[in-house]
Design a protein around this ligand. Structure first.
Ligand code: HEC
Ligand code: HEC
Length: 301
């Protein structure tokens, strides 16, 4: 806010408060002059309007409101850029509450941080803390139950784009992941696009008969253009984030037209880094929770 608008707001607010006070003050003075039971001279349907002063309690309520607003504006932010003498702000209050909670949980965080992700699978309390971090931070993209959606991977299955070891999961959360599948529509043209799609579908044991020649042609296309990233046997490459193409788990939708669309137009996905948002202790706990989703019931030996 510029100084001009800040000053503008302060002046308008002050005029308003002083105006209200003045109005009350002058109407109050009328009281001593007003005679009891004098009427205004207005009569409606035989009802006469008395010209009595405002009731005292009502006046006092107004005075108290005005005094309250002045004190409030001195203590708290409200007048333009003036922050109030208490220095209160929402951000500050939030930070104080977070610091308080951190101090309370720090010993617990440190205890869990010294345990491996696998050992934490036996600590229901640690997993519950991980779950609540997940519900606060991750659920918008991966869903409340971690099952994800189109473009957002399911974290509860055994299929990992970037690997499912504790180290891989921690890395995904800390550093984020950026998957980029280039578009192939122009390079391949309709015929080769259709051929490679059929080859991929045939490798997924889809209940369908494929024209032999088309599948063979598609395999050739795959070997030329796709295997560098998705690996020669279609099993994917966790280092590049190129998904397995023969497991019938589809990040970007499993209908034939959706798969074709991804090959034609390419796609990119972005998992933001969380190292600064969460810090090591919380990442460790949420990683333990994510790990537990696909290892349900497994205990660490
Ligand atoms: C803004 C959306 C968004 C948020 C928030 C988000 N993620 Fe992700 N996450 C993604 C996307 C998109 C991918 C897939 C990236 C790709 O395909 O390149 C992903 C990938 C992952 C992976 C790798 C999955 C695999 O199969 O290898 C893990 C693990 C993960 N997220 C965990 C988390 C956790 C835990 C949180 C919360 C701390 C979180 N994510 C928050 C969007 C998000
Ligand atoms: C430069 C590496 C690269 C090449 C080359 C490449 N891809 Fe991909 N592909 C990816 C990545 C990375 C993703 C995942 C994008 C994401 O994270 O969302 C992907 C995703 C896909 C998907 C979606 C998978 C799903 O689960 O929804 C299909 C289908 C696919 N690629 C097919 C192909 C075909 C067919 C070719 C060859 C014509 C090809 N790709 C070439 C990197 C590559």
């Amino acid at each position: 806010m510029s100084d001009f608008w800040s000053g503008y707001i302060i002046v308008i607010t002050a005029i308003n408060i002083i105006g209200c006070a003045a109005l009350l003050f002058f109407t109050r003075r009328k009281k001593s002059e007003a005679n009891e039971n004098e009427t205004t001279g207005h009569v409606y349907d035989g009802i006469e309007e008395y010209d009595n002063p405002l009731p005292r309690w009502w006046l006092w309520m107004f005075y108290i409101t005005i005094i309250f607003s002045v004190i409030y504006l001195i203590l708290y932010p409200g007048l333009g850029k003036f922050q109030g003498i208490l220095g209160w702000s929402q951000v500050k209050q939030y930070e104080e509450e977070v610091a308080e909670a951190d101090a309370k949980y720090l010993p617990l965080f440190e205890q869990y941080a010294s345990m491996s992700i696998k050992d934490l699978q036996d600590e229901p309390e640690a997993l519950a803390m991980g779950q609540s971090i997940f519900a606060n931070t991750c659920f918008g993209c991966h869903g409340a139950d971690g099952r994800g959606g189109i473009g957002f991977p399911n974290l509860t299955d055994d299929e990992w784009i970037y690997g499912g070891t504790p180290e891989d999961i921690i890395y995904s959360i800390e550093e984020g992941r950026q998957g980029m599948m280039p578009p192939w529509g122009e390079t391949l043209g309709e015929e080769k696009l259709s051929a490679v799609l059929h080859y991929i579908l045939s490798e997924n044991q889809v209940e369908r008969t494929f024209r032999e020649g088309l599948v063979a042609e598609g395999k050739g296309v795959y070997q030329t253009y796709c295997q560098a990233c998705h690996s020669p046997d279609l099993s994917g490459n966790t280092a590049l984030g190129a998904p397995n193409l023969k497991d019938d788990v589809w990040l970007h939708g499993g209908s034939i037209s959706m798969i074709k669309n991804v090959i034609r137009n390419g796609v990119s996905a972005n998992m933001p880094p969380h190292d600064e948002i969460l810090g090591d202790h919380k990442i460790h706990l949420v990683a333990a929770y994510v790990y537990s989703l696909s290892h349900e019931g497994e205990q660490s030996k």
